[in-house]
Design a protein around this ligand. Structure first.
Ligand code: ATP
Length: 458
């Protein structure tokens, strides 16, 4: 297990109790596999997205962002192949009426020794029959045949019932980058190789959603498409594998909790593909994907739209359709990994146990909590809070003993607690307590912005 203290139950209950993630539509009894981010969770998730954007847009050479529409012309999904082949092999248990993915059933039965990427639907059916793979819910062997099931959510657009056209909620953000290839190239005057990045919602009618925010029907993707010349693609694919891994290591993941998994069976568009897997509480699972998509996407969009997506190299005068190296990571899936990696139940001297989230300070919802030692120090504490708020997201707590207040901040991963006491009135200094070591130092209030800026930089 990634972290011996953490279980999915503990994470779900911590998230609910501390305003990180709530079940979706909870007062109506919920809506399966939808989740709402609470006051602390929205900050953590935004910080994850910010750190990613900083690394892959601001700090990347020749990379540009877009924010494309979720609803796209339906022809986009014909060109991308999603209308015909974005599907999973599903089986229904006729006894308990639950729905399952045939590939997942085989993976669980074979304890991961069978690579279902290499099997056709017929071969999966044969495996399930030959090994008498039973329903994991009711234990019966009473399956419907494998059927494929398109994962795109459909909706319709039109002003009258008769004129309604079928459109889709995008199942991935990537197509928004591809259809804007020329717009971005022209307006930025970028030369190939260059990148287009996007963070946005995607929707999939998953057959087996679950494991909290790991697999949901609505989620956010952070994607970076690198457009390059054929022949340089292999080098850039290797580079993106390294960059993707380095980003996770810099966020504080332990190297032994991450691994590459190369795909043997490739998607119709891919020349090479791999995942980075993380050791989640439920085992090794995909955290992100890196794909060499060749010139498939731009070629198809050129064909289906009738618009040229051919790049003219200004130096050599050559015309070509660029290859694409795609790096894609789910913001929610990364957040689950971040929480799981950070969680610790630490036994303190004297036997007390504290729960703490040790994540990178840049990810923390609040960079600091301002705590007056006693309530009558509240005016001074609030004045400091107002000053710090100009620079950072900070919180305030005056309820309960100082020890209890530290514990509450530890649970949501606030890296620094700043205590205002009676010495503050004399000399303008405060106590700064470190979340991880619990050690305390004395700093002047004037030094705090620089101190926090340096400690919380990513
Ligand atoms: P999986 O095999 O787990 O279904 P995938 O290979 O279909 O994932 P991609 O299409 O490559 O995933 O999507 C890129 C990333 O988007 C994934 O690595 C993951 O982080 C995230 N992602 C995909 N589907 C979901 C989902 N249903 N819920 C949350 N995140 C998802």
């Amino acid at each position: 297990m990634a972290n011996s203290a953490v279980t999915m139950e503990k994470l779900v209950s911590l998230c609910k109790a501390r305003g990180i993630v709530f079940p979706g539509s909870e007062i109506y009894g919920g809506m399966g596999n939808t989740w709402d981010y609470g006051p602390v969770g929205v900050e953590i998730k935004n910080n994850i997205k910010r750190a990613w954007w900083k690394r892959f847009v601001f700090e990347s050479d020749n990379s540009y962002g877009v924010d494309a529409a979720i609803l796209m012309n339906a022809r986009v999904w014909e060109a991308s192949g999603h209308t015909t082949s974005f599907s999973d092999p599903k089986m229904d248990c006729k006894t308990c009426k639950t729905r399952h993915r045939a590939d997942n059933l085989i993976e669980a039965h074979s304890k991961g020794t069978v690579d279902t990427d290499l099997l056709t639907n017929e071969q999966m059916q044969e495996y399930i029959e030959a090994h008498h793979v039973c329903c994991p819910v009711c234990g019966n062997f009473n399956w419907t045949p494998i059927r494929t099931f398109n994962l795109m959510f459909e909706t319709s657009r039109g002003v009258t019932d008769e004129s309604q056209n079928k459109i889709y909620l995008r199942p991935e953000t990537a197509q928004g980058e591809f259809v804007n290839f020329m717009n971005v190239q022209r307006t930025t005057r970028a030369k190939v190789p260059f990148g287009i990045a996007q963070i946005g919602k995607a929707f999939r009618n998953e057959i087996t959603p679950g494991n909290f925010i790991f697999r949901t029907i609505e989620f956010e993707q952070m994607e970076h498409q690198w457009f390059c010349r054929e022949g340089t693609d292999e080098e850039f694919y290797q580079e993106y594998k390294k960059r993707a891994m380095q980003f996770l290591l810099d966020l504080g993941f332990k190297a032994e909790h991450l691994r590459f998994h190369d795909h043997e069976k490739l998607a119709h568009y891919a020349k090479e593909a791999c995942d980075i897997q993380y050791l989640y509480p439920m085992g090794w699972q995909e955290l992100n994907g890196i794909h060499n998509r060749t010139d498939y996407d731009l070629t198809r969009h050129q064909e289906y739209s009738g618009k040229s997506l051919t790049y003219l190299d200004p130096v050599t005068g050559e015309k070509f359709i660029p290859y694409v190296i795609e790096y894609s990571i789910g913001a929610d899936r990364l957040m689950l990994a971040v929480l799981s990696e950070a969680y610790e139940e630490e036994t303190l001297e004297g036997g007390d146990v504290r729960s703490v989230l040790h994540f990178h300070p840049a990810i923390a919802a609040y960079k600091a909590a301002v705590l007056p030692l006693q309530k009558n120090l509240a005016p001074q504490a609030k004045a400091l809070l107002a000053k710090l708020k100009k620079h950072f997201s900070v919180t305030y707590d005056e309820a309960g003993s100082i020890g209890k207040r530290y514990r509450r901040q530890d649970e949501i991963g606030t890296p620094y607690c700043i205590t205002i006491d009676f010495d503050t009135l004399e000399d303008g200094t405060v106590t700064v307590r470190d979340r991880d070591t619990m050690s305390q130092i004395r700093l002047s209030m004037d030094e705090l912005p620089t101190f926090l800026m340096e400690k919380c930089a990513f």
